[in-house]
Design a binder for this molecule. Structure first.
Ligand code: F6P
Length: 326
């Protein structure tokens, strides 16, 4: 096993709060072990175009608390082609990069898997996505910050809903995942949540509105972005208005505010732990795996398993929303 001398580091896909904390952890841990770090801007896109630069201790000063990613990010179509990946490999060789650490979500790891299969380049991944939809880690970097952002936003919506006796349909992110909706629904005392993993959401909601308590002054329904096929929350809002014209219904899409902001303590700690673990795992010969935390222990999951969309929704969470919003 060849000794690792120069780790190429990049963020890819949708950004997530805590990515900077992870970048800092990788750079500082690598330097601690006398390994160089080469930063790659804009993920696979920058790799293909040779946008690489050396990173030092100072280049990650004062970023642990900053949202976004100082390495920038992109979703690359070119990297999905063999030609694109060949170009990326030749750029890495040019800069003497002999291992990679990728911070991102399922798209990032799909690319990493293809690349690791085709070229002799050890590559490890850190779970960086607000969606919390990867297998092989209890939580992803960015999820805790995002759910706190949502909770605070919904608290504000609750204020105005209460003043006007309104029903609000609030759409949160998660194209194919109800993970954000699930926890924020409980935390904001929502009357119902609609997530792609459960097919009975809309029926339950209608039943609730039909037969539930009539003396409630405000109602919040949290809808995951992936729900409501064609029109998301607007479509659901339209159906509710049609069936229940007596409710004063409004739709609110939280959108990209969920991706920004200072990472929470939980996200900074998670990012720091997996960042250090990834550097040391590369040194120990690990490759083609995602580094996560399961039951508070560092864990390794092959990319092909990590990207199997985590639909493991605890039915108790759904029950809790229902029971507590009586
Ligand atoms: O994967 C993170 C995420 O924020 C999803 O929740 C959302 O569906 C998607 O990215 C939005 O992507 P974009 O910022 O490219 O519109």
């Amino acid at each position: 096993m060849a000794q690792i001398k120069n780790i190429g580091l990049f963020t890819s896909g949708g950004d997530a709060p805590g990515m900077n904390s992870a970048i800092r952890a990788v750079v500082r841990a690598a330097l601690f072990h006398d390994i160089k770090v080469t930063g790659i801007r804009r993920g696979y896109e920058g790799m293909i175009h040779g946008d690489l630069f050396p990173m030092d201790r100072k280049s990650v000063s004062n970023i642990i608390q900053r949202g976004g990613t100082i390495l920038k990010t992109a979703r690359s179509e070119q990297f999905k082609t063999v030609e694109g990946r060949k170009l990326a490999y030749s750029q890495l060789k040019e800069f003497n990069v002999d291992a990679l650490i990728a911070i991102g979500g399922d798209g990032t790891f799909r690319g990493a898997k293809a690349f690791g299969d085709e070229f002799d380049m050890p590559i490890l991944g850190l779970p960086g996505t607000i969606d919390n939809d990867l297998m092989g880690t209890d939580f992803t970097i960015g999820y805790d910050t995002a759910i706190n952002t949502v909770m605070n936003a919904v608290d504000k919506i609750r204020d105005t809903a209460e003043s006007h006796d309104r029903l609000f349909i609030v759409e949160v992110m998660g194209r194919d995942s109800g993970m954000i909706a699930l926890r924020t629904g409980i935390a904001s005392g929502a009357e119902a949540i609609l997530i792609p993993e459960s097919k009975t959401g809309l029926t339950n909601l209608f039943d609730r509105l039909e037969n539930g308590r009539k003396d409630k002054t405000s109602r919040i329904v949290i809808v995951a972005e992936g729900e409501g096929e064609e029109g998301g929350a607007f479509e659901i809002g339209r159906l509710v208005k049609e069936k229940f014209p007596n409710y004063d219904t409004r739709v609110s899409i939280l959108g990209h505010i969920q991706r920004g902001g200072k990472p929470t303590c939980m996200d900074r700690v998670l990012a720091s732990r997996v960042g250090v673990a990834a550097v040391e795992a590369l040194m120990a010969g690990y490759r083609n795996e995602m580094v996560g935390v399961i039951h508070n222990e560092i864990s390794f999951t092959p990319f092909e398993h990590a990207i199997k969309h985590n639909t493991d929704i605890d039915p108790n969470f759904l029950k809790i929303v229902e029971m507590l919003s009586l």
